[in-house]
Design a protein around this ligand. Structure first.
Ligand SMILES: [Zn+2]
Ligand SMILES: [Zn+2]
Length: 112
């Protein structure tokens, strides 16, 4: 089961629900990226059923996902061109670059 946490930037008040890294759900495997064109943090689907794919593997795989998901794509703009991995340690805010903090009072959500 995958779990997301709320992260908050204290400088610009940007908040996001994210798994904050590699996480496994029932079906989907996600990892956390910044989309530089949308300036948001997105949990990007990087695999399914416990298997993580690399970008190269996705390009080679012509068949679509068994559970109809798109891999390595920002769901806001539908493109994977500007995805950069979000560092769990540095936790940069995609808007202003400040370090984001986990909101301890924030809700925890199960996504799968
Ligand atoms: Zn910020
Ligand atoms: Zn985007």
């Amino acid at each position: 089961m995958g779990i997301t946490f709320r992260f908050k930037c204290n400088k610009c008040n940007y908040t996001v629900m994210t798994s904050a890294g590699h996480d496994y759900g029932m079906h989907a495997v996600v990892d956390t990226y910044i989309c530089r064109s949308c300036k948001v943090i997105v949990d990007v689907c990087v695999g399914e059923y416990g298997q993580t794919y690399t970008k190269e593997e996705i390009i080679q795989r012509k068949d679509k996902s068994a559970i109809d998901m798109e891999f390595f794509v920002c769901h806001d703009c539908g493109s994977g061109e500007n995805l950069v991995k979000w560092s769990k340690w540095k936790r940069p805010c995609p808007k202003c670059g400040e370090k984001m903090e986990k909101d301890k009072k924030g809700e925890v959500m199960c996504w799968d």
